[in-house]
Write a protein that binds this ligand. Structure first.
Ligand code: NAD
Ligand code: AHE
Ligand code: ZN
Length: 387
């Protein structure tokens, strides 16, 4: 007898095949993650079971772990920068099959909601409400430990060896791309490069200022170089970031600690103000500086950094009256199912660089060290590989 395409099809309406898998569980804000064997229910209609092969640890995971995220829920399985292989599909899934290589998307692309159809944004709204509540689109969680349900995180939960996602939240990518590198395209690479090419649309010859040269900012620099920017000024309090910044295309480095008045200094360095600036830290004071270092009349400042609960941005309205533009970018403005496979191709064709940014690799059991390395300013990206 031929093997059924999936267990769910075989059993008709019962979709609850349960398996055990290893995951890093966040029980409480501010506490280390705990490695556990958790239960995972199989994929329901429109869902896909994925074996995660590798996941990056992004500053946003730390933001939520720390308790600064107003949407943060506990207990949860974090992680949103993964890559893996389809293990099983639920009924009705048509675009993916067992064995496909995929990148989970915290910004899905349903291609049918008002936002997707508008062509004005990448912020698909098909499942955002349930995603923010830490559950699948049907309102339930697939993860549990004993009788306790665990929340999904950003619709991805890639700090688990296996996870379940909606079909619309997976980008199918080529089979020959290494998981331990392309997982970074699931957030940092796409966010940084995308903010330059999709959100800001930086043009050749532009003068660009990038605040924060971490996992996102260095990708903004790489994007600005690819876009043909003429002057790329990097700003970071960590002097160790200068060398990597220059390697990725930065032409000038500024450590705010060495400068009396940062904004006039940046205006001078960019010959009257930046055409484009990017805030890649999540600090509302820097967001203001990033706007105010922009050129009068046309400078565009893009907020990428995520700021903690209760924080607000401020500037004199005159900054906007005189033509500066403040905008934001989520997932680099990229449409995941359409753009992510292309970005994987760019990596494989050596049009973009990723390897040098993956500074550390750890097994899941040591994932808490990734947060330590981040705080110590030692890592750009730590990638956790599943054995
Ligand atoms: P990271 O920790 O790798 O890098 C942050 C960098 O900022 C570090 O190099 C640090 O030295 C520098 N920095 C800290 N304080 C500074 C200051 N006062 N002045 C100048 N530089 C300073 O973090 P990351 O992974 O690159 O993430 C950066 C931000 O982007 C975070 O807020 C993260 O949550 C956010 N993010 C947003 C999106 C999005 O879609 N909008 C996607 C991913 C990450
Ligand atoms: N939950 C936070 C906001 C977090 C946030 O802005 N997330 C970014 C992605 S960061 C990836 O590392 C994003 O895509 N935002 C759009 C969205 O719909 O969440 C809060 O402040 O409530
Ligand atoms: Zn991220």
């Amino acid at each position: 007898m031929a093997e059924p395409a999936s267990w769910a099809e075989e059993r008709g309406a019962i979709y609850l095949r349960r398996m055990r898998t290893k995951a890093a569980v966040a029980y409480e804000a501010g506490k280390p993650l705990v490695i556990e064997d958790v239960e995972l229910d199989g994929p329901r209609p429109g869902e896909v079971l994925v074996e995660i092969r590798a996941t990056g640890v992004c500053h946003t995971d730390e933001f939520t772990r720390s308790g600064a995220d107003p949407e943060g829920l506990f207990p949860a399985i974090f992680g949103h920068e993964g890559a893996g292989v389809v293990v099983d599909v639920g009924p009705g899934v048509t675009t993916l099959k067992k064995g496909d290589h995929v990148i989970p998307l915290y910004t899905p692309e349903c291609r049918a909601c008002k936002s997707c159809l508008s062509r004005k944004t990448n912020l698909c709204t098909a499942i955002r409400a349930t995603q923010g509540k830490g559950v699948m689109p049907d309102g339930t969680s697939r993860f549990s430990i004993g009788k306790t349900k665990l929340h999904h995180y950003m619709g991805c939960s890639t700090f688990a060896h296996h996870t379940v996602l909606p079909e619309i939240a997976l980008a199918k990518v080529r089979d020959d791309a290494p998981f331990d590198k392309i997982c970074y395209i699931g957030c940092g690479v796409t966010t940084g490069i995308g903010a330059v090419i999709y959100t800001a649309k930086v043009e050749p010859g532009a003068h660009v200022v990038v605040f924060g040269l971490g996992g996102i900012g260095l990708n903004v620099i790489q994007g600005a170089r690819i876009a043909g920017a003429d002057r790329i000024v990097g700003v970071d309090v960590n002097p160790a970031r200068e060398a990597l910044g220059r390697r990725f295309g930065m032409t000038h480095f500024v450590n705010p600690k060495d400068v009396d008045d940062l904004v006039p200094h940046l205006v001078e360095l960019t010959g009257g103000g930046a055409d484009y600036s990017f805030e890649c830290v999540g600090n509302v004071k820097l967001m203001r500086q990033a706007l105010e270092c922009c050129h009068r009349g046309w400078g565009v400042s893009v907020v990428i950094g995520v700021a903690g609960s209760g924080q607000e941005i401020a500037t004199r309205p005159f900054q906007l009256v005189t033509g500066r533009v403040w905008k934001g970018s989520a997932f680099g403005g990229a449409r995941g199912r359409t753009d992510v496979p292309k970005i994987v191709d760019w990596y494989m064709e050596k049009k973009i660089e990723i390897d040098a940014l993956i500074t550390h690799k750890l097994p899941l059991e040591r994932i808490n060290e990734a947060f330590d390395l981040m705080h110590q300013g030692k890592s750009i990206r730590t990638v956790v590989e599943f054995a």
